[in-house]
Design a protein around this ligand. Sequence first.
Ligand code: PGA
Length: 250
Amino acid sequence: MSIIAENWKTNPLMRDEARALFDLNAELAENAKSAEIIICAPFVFLEGLAQKPRPHNLKIGAQNCFWEEKGAYTGEISPFMLKNLGCEYVILGHSERREFLKEIDEMINKKIAVALHAGLKVIFCVGEKERDENGNYLSFLSGQIKEGLLGASLEDLKNIIVAYEPVWAISANASARSDTVEDLAKTVVFIKKVLADIFYETAQDIKIIYGGSVSKENFKNFLGVPEISGLLIGSASLNPEEIKEILCSI
Ligand code: PGA
């Protein structure tokens, strides 16, 4: 079962466009039974989308939530609110929030804990900003994973998907280039090792997905990488032609 998570980011601008894109996914999901498709839409569309009929393999996700259950936190959204309106997933730790909203590992760690407590499944994003020849990016990556998962149990891991998204590969960056299959295969082994160190277990069942300039041209290559459970797709998920081609050949 491949996971295809769609990160719509701050798009589209109109509710009707969001509904149309969702309907297309619902139609395609009917024939893509070997995939779990997760639509991570902006908050304002979630309730409406959650009320629409959809096949069982089409799930709804948010792109963020707050680290407290409820209270005086103007403008924030509780993971319990998300769960109560029919959301199953939440993306946490996306590099754009780390960069533009100054989210640090400690905040992401608190968000993960409360999102799990609310009964949401977490798509936990990690990824280095750049590569260096000395391999320092690996300790950066392991730091993000360790800090983000501080206090999490092996049981929690069942409800966490690790999304490896190197920042340099995300299409919003002018010089973005997708990762190579060979490199991704190595990084996945590294991530598994870090998880095994944290949990003193072979983190066998943990799901790792890849994101960064995934398109209809390259998605099959990434899905073929051993131990990769799926993809987190940004800009291509907003393009009906791209998403059609991807979901029709899963
Ligand atoms: P992209 O975005 O597919 O447009 O590179 C992925 C993401 O940021 O989640």
